[in-house]
Ligand binder design. Structure first.
Ligand SMILES: Nc1nc2c(ncn2[C@@H]2O[C@H](COP(=O)(O)OP(=O)(O)OP(=O)(O)O)[C@@H](O)[C@H]2O)c(=O)[nH]1
Ligand SMILES: [Zn+2]
Length: 288
């Protein structure tokens, strides 16, 4: 009987597949046809598999992917959780805006987590919220004080997520706060699969105790936007869609009667967001 499973890990023609209904994990070989066709499942793939014996099975079919992230290579992501901080380290808003553009470019929903709120004043938090909370879900968190952690559990529950964010913003601390010992839950089966192999570059979906999965490697580490089309960039700033320009194809740079530039002057679009757009637009033009 064919059953549906989720690929947690893939190595040398073996897939670690979690049964969708029972949560049991199986080591699965691949049908020969995959090799012939040059197809391989990737982490996050939903597959049909057949149980053979014990914890062994065989992958029969790979189901269509709804999306696919390149680095790390993961399929069927429900959301990218971008973690940032305004102190220790002070991550510039334009870095957050780059992450947001990269996530918009792959058409996956973005969630923003502002961590280290214990280091911020109410005013600093309010300024941040005034810029981002209309466009994206923003969660105020302190992994240190466990502030906002219960709400984050709801965000991650039953979804396939990846995290993104600069080094030191507290990604590991957050995962540890929402699910202590998460990274140690790799399990015996996975270890068997790894035996004698170099495992450092292999990514894996980790399962939360409360349900849901997270890629063990953060995405968008390079912050490289060169794959974004310069003409598309403006569509990746959701707040721009509220304003009209004289020219429908306006790039909001030098054109007359630009609704976006007017909105920035009127304080309806955050200056920092427009500056991020302006900078990225020119970066993309120069790259072409
Ligand atoms: N004040 C404060 N410090 C925090 C908080 N969360 C994490 N930290 C500290 O920030 C430092 C970095 O946290 P990590 O969880 O390692 O950050 P990371 O994003 O996983 O970093 P990389 O592994 O380099 O990508 C650690 O010293 C944490 O103790 C917080 O909410 N408040
Ligand atoms: Zn315009």
């Amino acid at each position: 009987m064919r059953k549906k499973g989720l690929v947690l890990k893939f190595m040398s023609n073996m897939a670690l597949v979690e049964d969708i209904e029972t949560g049991k994990v199986f080591i699965c070989k691949l049908r020969g046809k995959f090799k012939e066709q040059g197809i391989r499942p990737i982490v996050g793939d939903f597959v049909e598999y057949r149980h053979i014996v014990g914890n062994e099975g065989i992958v029969e079919n790979i189901l269509n992917r709804k999306n696919e992230l390149k680095r790390p290579r993961v399929a069927n992501i429900d959301q990218v959780v971008i973690v940032t901080s305004l102190k220790r380290p002070e991550v510039p808003l334009k870095i957050l805006d780059r992450y947001l553009v990269l996530v918009e470019n792959v058409k996956i929903p973005a969630v923003i987590v502002l961590n280290k709120c214990d280091l911020l004043s109410r005013e600093e938090i309010d300024v941040f919220l005034s810029i981002y909370s209309k466009m994206y879900p923003v969660f105020l968190v302190s992994a240190k004080n466990r502030m906002g952690i219960d709400k984050l559990v709801e965000v991650f529950k039953d979804k396939v997520s990846t995290m993104a964010g600069m080094s030191g913003v507290g990604k590991s601390s957050i995962l540890n706060a929402i699910n202590p010992g998460l990274s140690l839950k790799v399990g015996e089966i996975s270890k068997k699969l790894d035996r004698g192999k170099h495992t450092t570059t292999v990514i894996e979906l980790l399962k939360f105790d409360f349900g849901g999965w997270i890629a063990d490697t953060p995405g968008f580490a390079s912050l490289d936007i060169s794959e974004v089309e310069s003409e598309e960039l403006k569509n990746y700033f959701p707040e721009f869609s509220n304003f009209l320009c004289l020219y429908p194809d306006c790039n909001h740079i030098h054109e007359p009667e630009c609704g976006i530039k007017r909105a920035v002057e009127d304080g309806l679009i955050a200056k920092s967001r427009y500056e991020s757009y302006f900078e990225m637009f020119h970066e993309l033009l120069e790259g072409n």
